[in-house]
Write a protein that binds this ligand. Sequence first.
Ligand SMILES: *Cc1c(COP(=O)(O)O)cnc(C)c1O
Length: 393
Amino acid sequence: MIPITKPTIGEEEIAAAAEALRSGWVSQGPAVARFEQAFATYVGAQHACAVSNCTTALHLALLTVGVQPGDEVITVSHSFIATANSIRYCGGIPVFVDIDPATFNLDPTLIESAITERTKAILCVHQIGMPCDLPGILAIAARHKLPVIEDAACAIGSEICIDGRWERIGKPHGDIACFSFHPRKVMTTGEGGMLTTSNPDWDQQFRLLRQHCMNVADTTRHSSAQVVFESYPALGFNFRMTDIQAAIGCEQLKRLPEIVSRRRQLADRYRSLLAAVPRIELPVEPDWARGNWQSFCVRLGEGYDQRQVMQSMLDAGIATRRGIMCSHREPAYAAAVTWSCGAKKQCQCAVGHCQHLRRSEQAQDRTILLPLFPQMGIEEQDQVVSALHRAIL
Ligand SMILES: *Cc1c(COP(=O)(O)O)cnc(C)c1O
């Protein structure tokens, strides 16, 4: 069986986790601080704050830029449901705009008509690790004085060319970028997330909110020669990462350049092998982007049944996944008040379908994700290609 993905975990990660366990400090502590420092250096950010996962990172980012009940946040439906959910956790309303069908990323030309007086932020996604059109999005955001949060859950190690310079996603280019370390992503800590920003006040805010808004951290109290009493000036959360996870993260970060370069090699090889397969469309990498290929997504031509193709590959021992979901089609979004589309007034958005999100729906229904992981051998990749070939004959 060839799985869809496999985390790359070695003896170094195992030793680091054991060391954290032996240290006597297992919750958020010195290893989290080390991981944050290493992560900030890797992406080129001024500040990095570790949290329990990317969903909580997105939640804190939205709260920090001031999203409140009734506020609108422009984003995509075509993403993992956590993107839209994080807006609803703040009481906000996700306003879904459609995607560019070639890159599966937010189409910046649709943003402006979705802006209203209630718009509070733009939450863009670097879908399956491919950078979205940040220059296009940032120009519109600047015109309307809207903060931009990047959902970079899948995009660690991806790069974008800005003003002729290649920079890593997470610098950040918007106001805040949020990352995930779930095993389905390119590096993992089991569960985990990170926020990066250039704004020191926001970084402070993340640190308070992730720890119940406790004004004196437990690590500070632990090392203090004087008795210190903490207080809780505002409502916070428990969104902490543990030192066990962070210790693993430090080792994963060291492996990352190798992981990303192997993924890029395999993606190039897929693209050349699959070029010969008729009636499938290959994923596009814009010339200003270098993706980490968190997933390799192919679009099936007219007339193919996605489920049948996937079943036939499963029968051949190859796991695939359907294209990225659309939140607006899920029962959790059945109530009209839970979201809107960029064309509100003209649209009678029905449950499970919206004519203004057609390209998002097609991307979900007509694409499949192929196995891609660094340990994948050439023979395994050949097997995937020939199984796909047979499945669509
Ligand atoms: C995985 C993912 C998330 C959620 O990340 P968790 O760490 O699992 O909370 C959010 N957004 C996108 C685009 C994702 O792919």
